[in-house]
Design a protein around this ligand. Structure first.
Ligand code: AMP
Length: 132
């Protein structure tokens, strides 16, 4: 039997989308089930310090709407996404940062580990570019 007679092997299936955002650790923070070191809150979002900070200032800004990842956001989320960036800049100002980096990891390949969309606000030390 030749290789060409062998049944085609199934294409690797894409990684399943992890549980909806409200089932993640950030959903639990939003519901008040676990504590966070909050720095900002409004009707649309919450900002709190990262438990494993990568810089002297490392804050996460998360929407209350549990969008799992940036590429699952739709046109209807445009205003909310803009709001998250404005809050990121506000937090950076309030933390006294003269420069800072915002990061949104989208998907496991990009380093996303919590599948509830979040904006990292990182600063307080020199930041190299490109990132790893
Ligand atoms: P990402 O890898 O982009 O999904 O980022 C997830 C971030 O969430 C990581 O930097 C974690 O350190 C952070 N994190 C995970 N659990 C908590 C928590 N309970 N409170 C604050 N930050 C958290």
């Amino acid at each position: 039997m030749t290789d060409s007679a062998a049944p085609p092997s199934p294409a690797p299936s894409p990684a399943p989308t992890p549980a909806p955002g409200n089932d993640t650790v950030f959903g639990r923070i939003l519901r008040g089930e676990i504590p966070c070191d909050q720095v900002y809150a409004d009707d649309l979002c919450l900002a709190f310090r990262d438990v494993q900070p990568q810089a002297p200032v490392h804050v996460l800004v998360i929407p209350r709407d549990p969008i799992a990842r940036l590429d699952e956001a739709g046109a209807e989320h445009g205003a909310l996404l803009g709001h998250l960036l404005l809050v990121a800049a506000l937090v950076a100002r309030e933390e006294g940062l003269s420069g800072f980096r915002t990061v949104i990891n989208s998907g496991a390949e990009a380093g996303q580990t919590v599948f509830h969309l979040h904006v990292h606000v990182i600063g307080g030390r020199p930041l190299a570019w490109p990132p790893g």
